[in-house]
Design a binder for this molecule. Sequence first.
Ligand code: AMP
Length: 250
Amino acid sequence: MRSSRENIHISGAERLLDFDQLEEAMSEMIQRALVHPRGRAAKICLTLETVASQQVRRAPLLSLSTLQVKSWQEGRQRAVDLLIALGLERQIVENAIAQLAAGPAPQSGVMRGAMLIDATTGQRLEPDQARGVRVSRMDIEPQAQKEVRQFLPAQGLASQRITEAWVLASKVALAPQVIAELCWSDDPDYLTGYLASRQNGYQRITHLKKAGSPIGGRIFFIRSRDNLPALIDFLQNSPILFYPPEVQGV
Ligand code: AMP
């Protein structure tokens, strides 16, 4: 689902479901587009595509942790330090974050998908800077959905938003070319963001943006521009269902 008003992105959502779950999921998505904190959508696009079940790969979710910080400035500093520890150069990280914070789409707007940053040159690699790259065709596997829905509230975490981001980040981290992902929401009221990587898992950071800001987005730090079309194809098209990480006893 993708919703907009006057060509401005309002919200989006991606699911990978059995046929019998479709109706409920679609009406829930429409509802979400109509009551979003970024405003009411004037246009909602729903795209349904069939995926053969033999093509669907299974993988574990990343481990989940939360880093408590007191301000968005501290949160961003933590994110920069963690990215440097993953081998990225400070200047490239700070420059990418500055682009995201300023509104990474043309006219300083919000992108519909993610920025791709070449970790060696700092260059942006996404073919379209308004659209970015949208990760799609991923979900929690049906038999684990109830378990995951119960696990998050038990940790004091609201489940739907986190589940969707956790699933997205877990798919992105499966791509060997991706070093890490940094995200904060475009929802003006939602200040928690995350850093995700294969090494450190899905690390929520309690403040990554200023309260009230409608600017958010995602940055995928990529090892190099080699095999870029294959990476984009994987992120957009490869169907993956996730199961809970065993270590957390979900
Ligand atoms: P959200 O976490 O839904 O508030 O989204 C924050 C930002 O992440 C959006 O403004 C988009 O730029 C980006 N984004 C949202 N969904 C996706 C997706 N499926 N794939 C890549 N980027 C996304």
